[in-house]
Design a protein around this ligand. Structure first.
Ligand code: MG
Length: 386
């Protein structure tokens, strides 16, 4: 095994208010621990993830990580150092070449930061992400300044801290023989004479220690942790026998119908393709093959909802959709408000996140000759950065 991640989650958060340990608190609908663990489990260079938990937290843990593919958890010890040591011991059989050790309460660790740490690890050399100290540092006695600390060469250490597994296991075995409790694994490594390389840290990779930190994490997620992605969709259906067309889920009486395998709702098909395009998830035909009899005459809100569910399953959300229907007839204007409402309802959006417009092609082309209806759509979505 090339690389394992050890997530240290055995603390009970004595400095934190409330009764629920902070790693099990929820941010943006997800337990802190689940978000942290997912960052490692989803990283292409991490082969296995093990969490060190407090024995009393087993049911909280099971609930927080349900459905994730992780190694079984192990119980921690009296302090962080002992918990890491027990976690490393439990990985002896797997014997990964490299190990990443991370605090469970740093949920906003980005894939590129993990990659940066991994790249810097070598035999006899560990790595940790760090940020320079920007504030002036004061030493104080009973809230009275007693001196100014020279901050030259001072860094704030974050996690994950990475090492060759054999190096850090041996270092922890040595450190366990001493009584001094060390607060991070770099300190254990330093004592053992290993080199520890600094790599760039990230302000967002903060450690949740106070209630304010939870709010800061949520603010980062709202503002800067997502990636806006845009997709386009285009669809055409031809007129055929019938007395009504369905556009954006709204039935409009007409002297013709639209021909298609499903209900031929070109509007919803274009929006569906725009959403799938934004997610990089293929097109409507990939998800609902026209060769499949199951979708004959199907109402197209099924397709649209499927695209929205797919985005939600990746932790994303739809920001807005904009649709243009192109035809001479039927007249769209009287039905626009209802179409907008229906699309917003299917996607669970506010009405102002949905736009439905219509135009003609001045009697030119197939739409001008009233042979069919075209629809084009743009959609913007927000996907989380992991
Ligand atoms: Mg279609």
């Amino acid at each position: 095994m090339n690389c394992a991640a050890l997530i240290v989650s055995a603390g009970r958060g004595h400095r934190f208010g409330g009764t629920l340990p902070k790693q099990y608190r929820t941010i943006a609908g997800e337990p802190v621990l689940r978000r942290t663990v997912t960052a490692f489990a989803a990283h292409p260079d991490v082969d296995a993830v093990r969490v060190v938990i407090h024995p009393d937290d087993r049911s909280l843990y099971d609930e927080a990580v349900s459905g994730l593919d992780l190694l079984p958890p192990v119980h921690g010890g009296a302090d962080r150092q002992e918990s890491v040591h027990l976690g490393l011991d439990s990985l002896k059989e797997l014997a990964p070449e490299k190990i990443l050790i991370h605090d469970s309460v740093r949920p906003l660790v980005l894939a590129q930061l993990i990659s940066g740490v991994l790249k810097a690890i070598g035999p006899g050399r560990g790595a940790l992400p760090a940020l320079p100290v920007a504030d002036t540092l004061k030493r104080a006695d009973d809230h009275v300044v007693a001196g100014t600390v020279d901050r030259t060469g001072l860094w704030r250490a974050q996690t994950p801290q990475g090492f060759c597994f054999a190096d850090i296991l041996a270092a922890h075995e040595e450190a366990a023989k001493r009584s001094e409790a060390l607060t991070d694994d770099a300190a254990v490594a330093e004592q053992a004479g290993l080199t520890v390389q600094l790599v760039p840290g990230d302000e967002r990779n903060l450690k949740i220690t106070t209630e304010d930190d939870l709010a800061r994490v949520e603010a980062f997620m709202e503002g800067g942790m997502g990636l806006v992605r845009v997709g386009t969709g285009f669809d055409v259906h031809r007129f055929g026998p019938g007395d009504a067309v369905t556009l954006c889920g709204v039935r409009i009486p007409h002297n013709a119908g639209l021909v298609g395998h499903s209900d031929a709702d070109a509007g919803l098909h274009a929006i569906t393709d725009a959403l799938l395009g934004a997610a990089g998830a293929g097109d409507i035909g990939d998800h609902f093959p026209p060769s499949d009899e199951k979708w004959r005459d199907a109402p197209s809100d099924i397709f649209l909802r499927h695209a929205a569910d797919l985005i939600a399953s990746r932790g994303g959300r739809v920001l807005n959709v904009d649709l243009t229907l192109i035809c001479e007839r039927p007249k769209i204007a009287p039905h626009r408000a209802q179409m907008r409402e229906r699309v917003a309802e299917i996607l669970n959006l506010a009405a102002d996140q949905v736009s439905v417009k219509a135009t003609t092609t001045e009697k030119l082309g197939f739409t001008g000759r009233e042979e069919g209806i075209a629809a084009q759509a743009t959609a913007a979505i927000m996907l989380p950065t992991r």
